[in-house]
Design a protein around this ligand. Structure first.
Ligand code: AHR
Length: 640
């Protein structure tokens, strides 16, 4: 089971410590009267999901397990080195130089390479190039890494040595030798197996030659074992953290990353499929080049691995610096491109793009219900979104009447199925607005809160942010008949300062380790304790920093009472449950608490704040429960 790490955290708590029965009442109690036989509404099973894009090195240097940075030796992004992220290795008295070569490469997509000229080298004093990975290459004991490299050389240049080399000692943790290279571009495969070393990211990846000569390299790749052993797959620790969230959907590929700074730099899905050597890479709006190794099929396989529904965002003719495509004939090719993309996802192998997907290794079509048209199109001041959305809507619905289309800004010429709304706010703004959706018109469109987060904490949110996140989530959950999906954003951050463009972010990591923020644990708690019915509930009393929601699982009768006390005093709650045949006295409590809102988790202290499970023995039809200060709690009540 992959959920063990969370379970272990839950169980590490002393039961007594969290049996919060004390009736300390320094603020007046509030009452919650819950009528289990009166279902006010049904809660969306898709409520809790993920939003993702390439930002903060979310994929390259993050989830995507590739260890080599600038693996294609792209020549245009260089400012610290002739080829960014690659450096020269000259051991002993060897002499060499390297430079980008835009005249030769292994494919049309990669028509360039790195040219290494070795003037002097020997077995004792080789020369070559080194890659520092994404702020280090994580090397662990007794692991086999799978590598590959496109290369060629002029005749008689000699064999190539590949190694993981410790930055401090210069010692190799693992190595492999390639035969003398051919004079034509060819892909070479190798494995690197480590022994009983200490895990560390203070390693570099070296490609060296022991003979003078001229060598060209492209697409150098190295993968550790991946989640579900997928080729070209994802980092296991980060996938484990996502799996623990039980996410129902994945919104991809953005966000701004979908739009690009310019139309030319948009997410062009056709450039992200097929063999890696056929993916040209592209510049993302977050200031760095994306390898596109995590492309359309990899997004879908990520969904498959975590049993998530894809929420596919298609480029809709607007890019961040203001370029737009007018609706009408100008937009037609973009709409066609979206239709091709939908066919790549859903078509069987008799279709053009379904066959292409099969060629890429996935004959089975993916189920798709939601397609989002663009991203944050309220920023398009040309006023064309209404027309653009209508054109996508008409054309897509004509072929795929069952698809639900999501608009990213209000439109009037057609009624969208779903509207995507984004909220990045300070804690108090969320506290003040927890009733935001209480009076929303239930006749639609449905609401997708496609990005939201409390802006407090860096690189990841602190406990104060988790409190206001949770307060906001109680409002989403109470209204989850109309708010059908919601996703915290951004999801990931590589915590190296050079890697981050946006804070706070839900999950942090470096090359070797990852951790969940307090907000991450709040998400896990909310998502894994979520029923399908919202019972009628009356709240009386006035507690300015207290928030709640109640759902009930119709099949099991289990009631999830979420209680958030964002204040500095304990808050007592008098709970009455009626409309059930029986209610167990013993309830399970899952609690996330801290001494101050400023408390947080970090890469050094990943478990400072984590959910703790305990028992509460005085539940039943009527009980008083006291929520400690600064605490997010779920009471799980067994009812029949
Ligand atoms: O989540 C970060 C950015 O915020 C997204 O890319 C964009 O959609 C929003 O403005």
């Amino acid at each position: 089971m992959r959920f063990h790490f969370l379970k272990a955290l839950f169980l590490s708590a002393s039961t007594a410590a969290l049996t919060a029965v004390a009736a300390a009442q320094s603020v007046p109690p509030i009452t919650l009267d819950i009528h289990l036989d009166q279902v006010k509404a049904h809660s969306s099973p898709l409520l809790y999901g993920l939003m993702t894009e390439e930002i903060n090195h979310s994929y390259d240097g993050g989830l995507y397990a590739e260890l080599i940075s600038n693996r294609t030796f792209h020549p245009n992004d260089s400012w610290r080195s002739p080829v960014e992220r690659w450096s020269l290795v000259e051991l002993g008295n060897s002499k060499a130089s390297f430079a980008p070569d835009k005249t030769t490469g292994p494919s049309t997509a990669l028509p360039y390479s790195l040219k290494l000229t070795v003037d002097q080298a020997s077995a004792a004093a080789p020369a070559g190039i080194a890659n520092a990975g994404y702020w280090g290459i994580p090397v662990r004991p007794l692991i086999t890494y799978s590598g590959s490299l496109y290369a060629k050389s002029v005749a008689d240049s000699g064999p190539i040595h590949i190694a993981l080399v410790n930055n401090d000692t210069g010692l190799e943790a693992a190595h492999a030798d390639l035969p003398a290279l051919s004079s034509e571009w060819k892909q070479y495969h190798f494995t690197l197996t480590t022994g009983l070393i200490q895990a560390s990211s203070l390693y570099r990846f070296e490609i060296t030659a022991s003979h003078p000569g001229t060598y060209w390299f492209s697409l150098a790749s190295l993968f550790p074992p991946t989640y579900h052993d997928r080729l070209n797959g994802n980092r296991i620790d980060i996938m484990d953290r996502l799996a623990a969230m039980h996410p129902a959907f994945l919104r991809f590929p953005g966000g701004n990353y979908l739009e690009g700074n310019t139309i030319a730099e948009r997410f062009e899905w056709k450039n992200t499929i097929g063999s890696l050597v056929d993916r040209p890479t592209h510049l993302s709006p977050w200031g760095y080049r994306s390898s596109d190794g995590l492309g359309l099929l990899e997004f879908l396989e990520w969904c498959e691995d975590l049993h998530m529904q894809p929420v596919l965002a298609v480029y809709a003719g607007y890019s961040l610096q203001g370029q737009h495509v007018n609706p009408g004939p100008d937009l037609a090719s973009y709409v066609e491109d979206a239709l091709d993309e939908i066919q790549y996802v859903t078509g069987d192998t008799s279709t053009k793009w379904g066959a292409e997907r099969a060629k890429d290794g996935h004959p089975q079509p993916f189920a798709l219900k939601y397609v989002e048209i663009g991203n944050e199109d309220e920023f398009d001041k040309s006023g064309t979104y209404d027309g653009r959305f209508a054109q996508f809507d008409k054309t897509i619905k004509a072929q795929y009447p069952d698809l639900q289309l999501i608009a990213t800004a209000p439109v009037t010429s057609v009624k969208p199925d779903v509207l995507d709304e984004h909220y990045y706010r300070m804690p108090q703004e969320f506290f003040n607005d927890v009733h935001h959706y209480d009076n929303t018109d239930r006749s639609g469109p449905k609401i997708f809160v496609g990005e939201w987060a409390t802006l407090e904490g860096t690189p990841t949110p602190d406990f104060g942010a988790a409190l206001s996140d949770s307060a906001w989530m109680t409002g989403l959950e109470r209204n989850s008949d109309i708010v059908i999906m919601a996703a915290y954003a951004p999801l990931f951050v590589n915590i190296n300062s050079e890697a981050m463009q946006w804070a706070p972010d839900l999950i942090g990591y470096n090359a070797l380790e990852s951790y969940g923020s307090p907000s991450y644990y709040a998400q896990v708690m909310f998502s894994t304790h979520h029923g399908d019915e919202i019972p009628q509930t009356q709240e009386t009393g006035n507690a300015p920093k207290f928030y709640y929601s109640v759902t009930r699982q119709s099949q099991t009768g289990e009631v999830y009472l979420k209680l958030v006390n964002a204040g500095s005093d304990p808050q007592s709650v008098a709970v009455t449950l009626d409309g059930a045949k029986s209610i167990d006295k013993l309830a399970t409590v899952v609690a996330l608490s801290a001494k101050t809102p400023a408390a947080t988790n970090s890469i050094e202290h990943p478990n400072n704040i984590h959910p703790v499970e305990s028992g509460f023995k005085s539940a039943g039809r009527n009980f008083i429960y006291t929520v400690p200060p600064y605490s997010i709690q779920v009471l799980q009540l067994k009812t029949n």
